[in-house]
Write a protein that binds this ligand. Structure first.
Ligand code: ZN
Ligand code: ZN
Length: 255
């Protein structure tokens, strides 16, 4: 699997895009950034979008991707995959013909630009050669972490936004994980805010890692607040964990 970080930041500012990870061109993991990072043709190659939760910083690219699809290519469609609760919120609060058009009936109901499919923690799903598992994580709204096994059987795990959690780690224990992308949003001095808002600090990350049955081969940090990047980098380095890296936009990872 080749994973490109289209964005890996917890806030948007020049040089810091919101979370989105493109897997082998066709599968997108969260969608905070699409049009700012991919050419028009590459946008149209995206078939499926796994969404961790409904927060704007993880879905912001989708409305504009749909607009781009409709503008030129009326035959392409994308599928949003997430938990039923997340999908219901997106239907009700985003693609509702008020905030943005309901693209499940554009150009027409038979051939819409947007489709939804729900995934449940109890069942894995096959997506174009990938096997995807999900598990609930700990955030302010319903949120899911994903385990993705590629056609080459290599496994990637992505937490999305989460505070201290456990179910995802229990599921992860059944896999030989090559790459874990996990969030660290705040510096240790903001632990109280991190806990309150369902996020991690470097110190909280260490506690999560202590729950792992097996250590992933590599750990990549995402969702870092750029305002605190220096401090967070220092605190991550101080953990002394091998093969850990803070992701930056456009980083290409081969799993
Ligand atoms: Zn969030
Ligand atoms: Zn977020």
């Amino acid at each position: 699997m080749k994973i490109k970080a289209l964005g890996a930041s917890g806030s948007e500012m020049p040089g810091y895009n919101l979370p989105a990870f493109l897997i082998d061109d066709e599968l997108l993991l969260d969608a905070g950034t699409i049009g700012l990072s991919l050419s028009y043709n590459r946008q149209l190659r995206i078939k499926d979008i796994l969404v961790t939760h409904s927060h704007l910083d993880h879905i912001k690219g989708i409305p504009f991707l749909l607009d781009n699809i409709i503008t030129k290519n009326k035959t392409h469609s994308v599928r949003i995959i997430s938990g039923t609760d997340v999908i219901n919120d997106l239907k009700k609060d985003v693609f509702n013909d008020r905030i943005w058009p309901d693209f499940t009936k554009i150009p027409d109901r038979k051939n819409p630009a947007l489709k939804f499919r729900s995934i449940r923690p109890s069942r894995s799903m096959a997506i174009n050669g990938y096997r995807v598992y999900c598990e609930r994580v700990n955030h302010l709204v319903p949120a899911y972490g994903y385990i993705i096994k590629g056609p080459d059987k290599k496994t990637l795990v992505y937490t999305g936004d989460t505070g201290p959690t456990s179910l995802l780690w229990q599921k992860m224990a059944h896999f030989n994980v090559r790459c874990l992308i996990i969030e660290v949003s705040f510096p240790n001095s903001m632990t109280e805010l991190a806990i309150k808002t369902g996020h991690l600090t470097a110190a909280l990350l260490k506690e999560e890692i202590e729950k792992f049955a097996n250590m992933p081969a590599r750990i990549y940090i995402t969702h870092t607040k750029p305002q605190y990047m220096k401090q967070i980098r220092k605190e991550i380095n101080a953990l002394g964990i091998k093969n850990i890296e803070i992701l930056r936009d456009n980083r290409l990872i081969t799993v």
